[in-house]
Design a protein. Structure first.
Length: 263
């Protein structure tokens, strides 16, 4: 089992301090600990991802992104582990190193992991280095993607491509226009994320699964629908706005009307 601490892209002392404290405590607990640059900025074929792909144990990844974005980013880089082998913690959500260690040890205890160390021995955190620059590209949640290919048709810069099985993938991430999340607004299912975007829904936020109810899901869908509509209208593509479909009470009223006509 290893802990991967993906550093915040902003070099602020408070971020480095928290990351350092987590690394120190994880090492003391006998966990292999890696410190990496912000994983969104490293290259899929660069030294960091290559090293992590070689590690075949359970990974617990601490990153400054929403867990859905981190998970699908790692998926794209060939670290597509199942739920048991890959755990993701959001550094924005947990305030101190102690709380992180509680979570990390809960995960460790739920597995067969035991420290492979002699008493008093603790490994040093390993720094996995790579020259990085700030990047901007889409990350696709393939659980939500319905393969409609709206994104590939919409993007003028060849960011998306199809693999040999005609499945969508992000072929040329660095051709994406920095700061623009246009295709995330066009995707009908909210499958496209830009983890650095200020809007939580576009950055990969999901309703808390434990407390999610139909109203929350419905509201998120409505926000996404409105965002797409506004975007397409502003882009002069009002004809592409999907027609509103009747739903819920509206659908019930429509059925009542039809039944009346048949009587
Ligand atoms: S627009 Fe969204 S749902 Fe359609 S193929 Fe692209 S990512 Fe998948
Ligand atoms: S944001 Fe624009 S340039 Fe980037 S992938 Fe989407 S449509 Fe293409």
């Amino acid at each position: 089992m290893a802990i991967v601490i993906s550093q915040n892209p902003v070099n602020k002392p408070e971020f480095r301090d928290l990351e350092g404290q987590i690394a120190e405590r994880a090492s003391k607990a006998g966990l292999t600990t890696y410190i990496t640059p912000h994983l969104y900025n490293v290259k899929s074929d660069g030294p960091v991802m290559t090293h992590l792909r070689r590690f075949d144990g359970i990974l617990i990844v601490v990153s400054w992104m929403y867990p859905r974005a981190t998970r699908w980013l790692l998926h794209r880089c060939g670290l597509a582990a199942n739920e048991r082998a890959l755990h993701v913690l959001d550094a924005k959500e947990i305030s101190d190193a102690e709380a992180f260690m509680t979570k990390i040890l809960e995960i460790a205890e739920a597995t067969d992991w035991i420290p492979e160390l002699e008493e008093g021995e603790s490994p040093e955190p390993v720094i996995l280095d790579e020259q990085v620059k700030l990047r901007w590209y889409p990350v696709v949640d393939f659980r939500k993607c319905i393969g409609c290919m709206e994104c590939i048709d919409f993007c003028l810069f060849g960011v998306y491509g199809l693999d040999e099985d005609n499945r969508l993938f992000v072929e040329q991430p660095d051709s994406c226009r920095p700061g623009c999340p246009a295709c995330a607004r066009v995707c009908p299912t909210g499958a496209i994320m830009f983890p650095q975007n200020q809007t939580p829904e576009i950055a990969g936020a999901t309703p808390d699964e434990d407390s999610a109810d139909e109203a929350t899901e419905g509201q998120a869908e409505e926000i996404a629908r409105q965002e797409r509509k506004t975007y397409l209208e502003e882009a002069g593509r009002a004809e592409d706005v999907p027609e509103d479909k009747p739903k819920g009470d509206e659908l019930d009223s429509l059925m009542d009307e039809l039944e009346k006509d048949w009587e």
